[in-house]
Write a protein that binds this ligand. Structure first.
Ligand SMILES: NC(=O)C1=CN([C@@H]2O[C@H](COP(=O)(O)OP(=O)(O)OC[C@H]3O[C@@H](n4cnc5c(N)ncnc54)[C@H](OP(=O)(O)O)[C@@H]3O)[C@@H](O)[C@H]2O)C=CC1
Ligand SMILES: [Mg+2]
Length: 337
């Protein structure tokens, strides 16, 4: 009665079946094609012959300035007629495919000197100005995913059990120990990020490692065995000395800095009677709706010598989303008062 899923892979959704466009896309088209390329080295190598390859240099995406002063990723377009050089074939990682099933890869053309700092330096000023993609270009999430996969492959060359080299599949989505056969997959660290409110103000903090002037929602890595709620309450207590009450989930995001975090974002509140901050960060303070509204207008971090100004995480960062959500709800609240 049931046909095995493999027969359906790569085919159109059968007309007699009724499923949403989303389910159809997930089960029958692009994603299944990408999954097949991950499993089949030969198919992946063939797809590379007609692929878009997005370039990185030491883990920073190579971006070109457009005539509209936004930035766009730099891509090599393979025609299938020229032989791929060894390095392209061996070291590019698969990140997805276009609507037309043209595979998309990322390649680091300057990977030999691993400098963790260099991968952090590009993001604050560029995230705000990467242009929204055309239908044939990857969006920013693809670039972040590509960076994370390139980094994982560059830093996972040896098996942590046997010490022997690991070998990657063509897609770069897994590595296998040459001696024990242990399979390694890319790992992410779960992180909770939370915007705390006292009803009228929201609480933002900054670490010394943040760009000049930047404040964001509080964040912290989950400890082994902790629930998300426990991490959230512990981080807020540790970093600012407050106890949160109601907690509500907002959204999530993959974040490649410093090493592939999976950010889960929440709103939480404290009692207006208990808002005294005891800070273990470089700074943490309450911001009014007016202060948040003007900080959201600041598009680039202040430079050395500029007057002090509060700068919030760029629009693609989940911290920005939390702050924007809080502002929208607070504005509605004032309108209804
Ligand atoms: N997308 C966004 O809008 C935002 C993202 N973030 C991200 O949230 C993440 C966590 O925030 P942060 O405040 O730094 O976290 P924490 O408050 O947990 O502090 C970081 C420290 O936690 C320790 N730690 C525990 N587990 C890990 C792990 N798996 N990986 C790395 N360090 C770990 C390290 O301490 P030690 O070195 O002493 O062992 C590290 O210095 C960061 O990746 C940051 O980039 C933060 C704000 C906004
Ligand atoms: Mg923290």
């Amino acid at each position: 009665m049931f046909r095995p899923l493999k027969i359906l892979i790569g085919t159109k959704c059968p007309p007699t079946r009724c499923c949403s466009a989303f389910v159809s896309r997930m089960r029958f088209s692009n994603l299944q094609y990408v999954n097949r390329l991950k499993e089949d080295d030969e198919a992946c190598a063939a797809a590379l012959q007609n692929a878009h390859i997005f370039l990185f240099h030491r883990l920073s995406p190579l971006l070109q300035r457009t005539e509209h002063r936004t930035l766009r990723p730099t891509a090599l377009v393979c025609s299938g007629t020229e032989p791929q050089n060894h390095r392209t074939t061996e070291e590019s990682v698969l990140i997805g495919c276009s609507e037309e099933n043209q595979a998309q890869f990322c390649l680091d053309v300057g990977k030999n000197i691993l400098n963790p700092g260099s991968s952090l330096s590009w993001w604050p000023e560029t995230l705000n100005s990467v242009q929204d993609p055309s239908p044939y270009e990857p969006d920013l999430c693809f670039l972040l995913q590509g960076q994370a996969l390139l980094r994982w492959n560059q830093t996972s060359g040896f098996c942590s059990t046997t010490g022997q080299p690991t070998h990657r599949n063509r897609a770069g989505s897994q590595r296998v120990c040459s001696s024990s056969g242990i399979i390694y997959y890319p790992k992410m660290s779960p992180v909770v990020i939370v915007l705390v409110s006292d009803g009228k103000r929201c609480l933002l903090g900054r670490q010394s490692s943040f760009p000049r002037g930047m404040y964001s929602a509080l964040a912290g890595f989950c400890d082994m065995g902790e629930t998300l709620e426990e991490t959230l309450r512990r981080e807020v207590a540790e970093e600012v000395g407050l106890e949160v009450h109601s907690v509500s989930y907002s959204s999530s995001q993959h974040w490649p800095f410093p090493h592939s975090s999976f950010m889960m974002a929440f709103h939480a509140s404290v009692s207006p009677a208990h808002t005294q901050v005891s800070c273990q960060l470089e700074d943490a303070r309450w911001f009014s709706l007016e202060e948040i509204t003007s900080a959201l207008q600041v598009k680039t971090p202040p430079r050395r010598g500029d007057p002090p100004v509060v700068w919030l995480p760029p629009k693609h960062a989940i911290g920005n989303r939390l702050i924007t959500e809080w502002r929208s709800v607070s504005c509605l609240h004032y309108v209804n008062m």
